[in-house]
Design a protein. Structure first.
Length: 117
């Protein structure tokens, strides 16, 4: 089952707050997020915003089937996300409006889900 979920996430783990690279007009921007699997085994991405907002992204599904427990888990990870966001923000150069030096915080996807790393 884990391999299926990692395939759907592109190699990222489930239920774990992490930093991934996002892009905006060719500019690399760190994104704080976590992947979750719903009751139908569809994976969705939860993005934890800079001001405490939580955005749920789905790829090719029209709905997600979640539970109160899972929603509580998503909410409980907001504190971890805020801590990680604060750490990432220390690498933002306000003057040049660029990110630099945060690369060690990025979670890299597993290249081969069948191989333990």
């Amino acid at each position: 089952m884990r391999a299926l979920y990692e395939y759907q996430t592109g190699g990222y783990p489930l239920d774990q707050v992490m930093v991934v690279e996002d892009g905006d007009n060719g500019v690399s921007i760190p994104k704080i997020c976590a992947f979750f699997a719903d009751a139908d085994m569809d994976v969705f991405l939860v993005e934890y915003g800079e001001h405490g907002e939580v955005t749920i992204h789905t790829e090719n599904v029209t709905h997600i089937a979640t539970s109160a427990d899972q929603l509580s888990r998503i909410a409980s990870l907001a504190a971890d996300a805020a801590t990680l966001r604060a750490e990432v923000n220390t690498f933002y150069d306000v003057e040049n409006e660029t990110w630099s030096g945060h690369e060690h915080l990025i979670t890299r996807p597993r290249l081969d889900p069948d191989v333990e790393q």
